[in-house]
Design a protein around this ligand. Structure first.
Ligand SMILES: [Mg+2]
Length: 262
């Protein structure tokens, strides 16, 4: 199925490709005119839904087990939007939802976060992670073009790096932005972009890569371009509606387009 022309005045993607991917899902890519997705100086990759997905519940369960261990209160993540959210914001929302008093949270949040880091570290070999299609090829391709690669994620730093290591991707990343000190994603992205420019030069172009509307919003809030990949919870159409500079059904499909076009 080809995308038809958009409404008058809408920005038009300049490339569309339709082919069968191995999973027999339709491969789709749309790129804004003038945007070179593979010619940015630095990239900030989201982790969950973008680089990998978890088939285990180690990280998920660490919220409730850590709150229980540190405060004795029971929490649940039911009803909380997790996709594109940050660990620190999820924790706060779950604790509010459970009616944990503000003064308890004020005093115990750091201890809970530390218990979460420890819980995931202790169970790192139980993580069951799957790399998203084309991830390693894209990292290899961009690094080969001289790009600086970092992660920018709502995970706590220790947890994010454990996932990256367990997925066998650690060698590609030089720096990261995490939620330990920032509970909202635009601040994580802003912080990571500053780090990228410290390393790559203050005029460096920095591009966000993510799988949710929150990644796109966080990039926009920092005036950064964004590559959206529909490998998480959101479909190509849902992401493309928000007009990212590039949108792809997967990183593998994005790379396949480039190789087809070059
Ligand atoms: Mg994500």
């Amino acid at each position: 199925m080809k995308l038809g022309p958009g409404p008058t005045g809408a920005r038009q993607p300049n490339m569309l490709i339709n082919q069968q991917s191995p999973a027999s899902q339709e491969a789709r890519v749309a790129i804004e005119p003038g945007f070179s997705w593979d010619a940015q100086h630095a990239y900030l990759f989201d982790i969950d839904g973008t680089l990998l997905r978890s088939r285990d519940r180690v990280h998920f369960n660490s919220f409730a087990s850590s709150v229980q261990r540190v405060t004795g209160f029971e929490i649940t993540l039911a009803g909380i939007l997790l996709h594109g959210a940050t660990d620190t914001a999820i924790l706060r929302e779950a604790c509010l939802q459970a009616g944990i008093p503000a003064e308890v949270m004020e005093q115990r949040t750091e201890a809970i976060l530390e218990a979460m880091r420890n819980a995931v570290a202790e169970q790192r070999f139980r993580l069951d992670l799957v790399r998203m299609p084309g991830v390693e090829k894209v990292l290899h391709y961009l690094a080969g073009k001289g790009a600086l690669l970092g992660v920018a994620t709502g995970n706590l730093e220790a947890i994010g790096w454990i996932k990256i290591e367990q997925a066998g991707l650690r060698e590609w990343f030089r720096f990261g932005g995490f939620s330990d000190h920032f509970s909202i994603r635009p601040e994580i992205i802003g912080h990571a972009a500053r780090k990228a420019r410290e390393l790559a030069g203050k005029e460096a172009t920095v591009c966000v890569v993510g799988d949710t509307p929150r990644d796109i919003e966080a990039a926009r809030a920092n005036f950064l371009p964004v590559i959206a990949v529909a490998t998480g919870k959101y479909s190509f159409d849902e992401l493309q509606k928000l007009q990212p500079e590039a949108c792809a059904s997967s990183l593998a499909d994005l790379l396949a387009l480039t190789r087809t076009a070059s």
